[in-house]
Ligand binder design. Sequence first.
Ligand code: SF4
Ligand code: SF4
Ligand code: SF4
Length: 356
Amino acid sequence: MRQMTALVKPASSLCNLKCSYCFYCDEANEREKNIDTIMSAETAENLIKKMFDFCGTNSSLTFMFQGGEPLLAGHGFFESFIETAETNRTEGSIINYTLQTNGTLIDEEYCRIFKENNFLIGVSLDGKKALHDKYRDLSFDNAMKGIELLKKHSVDFNILSVITAETDAYDLYNFYIENGFRDVQPIYCLDPLNGEKAEYSLNAKQLARFKKRLFNKWFAEVSKGNHFYVRDFDNLLSLLTKGVAEQCGASGRCNAQLVVESDGTCYPCDFYCLDKFECLNINKADINDILNCEGLKSFFEYEEEKNSLCPTCPVRSVCGGGCKRYRSLYNQLEGYCPQMDFIMHAIEKLREIRGN
Ligand code: SF4
Ligand code: SF4
Ligand code: SF4
């Protein structure tokens, strides 16, 4: 079965919020080309048809809607997208949908669309109200209302939390438990691409401390047999037990991502939607040409310097130097790697879980 994923941006970097640390606004501001439209039905159709042409019958296609805020595209966009995907679905093929949202635009109609089409929704929520509101444009109450609607309609969802210098791991853990959030993904806040130091971004020591403390809570919970999915930790466990991880970069290698902006322009990775890595446009090129274009090649050739400890690192087999966007953080202090610090802390306990 051929599998393919596209990270689709129906509203590109357009958003109804102005979060202080928004990494995608940062990327979009670095580009010369301003893409601020809603994806047309024609572009959506080209993407869907070309993916099915490329994958053939009995394939598994995943459309991951992200932004900006993808729900700005409107109910009609998603209904039309789903209808076009159904019309073009090849024999024996499966279609999966996920969508990452700030949660504030979720309404009854969206919930109906999500439920009927088995969407998995990711909602951004950084913890308790005061912390969330500080950088996320006072959006806590509306995001929680969105979550209540998802629960009411039994829509599957998980929580994505941006971890800043102010996030306390125990507070966040308690917040998850109090609200019954047991499928979570921490995203570690980085400095902007121009290298300026931001007040919200983590430094190397803060990163290691946060991960170790959250890990301790997670381990105590899963040791009791309670389900609690934390993406980093479960990926590390999967690397240890099966030698594979679903999270891009977990083992230090880039996978080609097909990021599709609203005008059809493609990029190789959500962290690097930049002019120098611009790929061909889905309205003008086939998938095969995009996967072999200069933008994608230059992305794979581009390297961020690895930590000088990598060659002799005792946990290299389950890290491989990490995702290249995070290497500036891993490299911050001479003779120290926060990821090594964390993995050394966690690895024996993970082996205990593996042994159970
Ligand atoms: S909700 Fe997401 S896309 Fe919108 S400004 Fe905040 S971080 Fe950026
Ligand atoms: S930079 Fe990171 S997220 Fe992007 S493709 Fe590479 S490993 Fe994956
Ligand atoms: S843990 Fe740090 S030192 Fe070890 S391989 Fe990963 S990035 Fe390199």
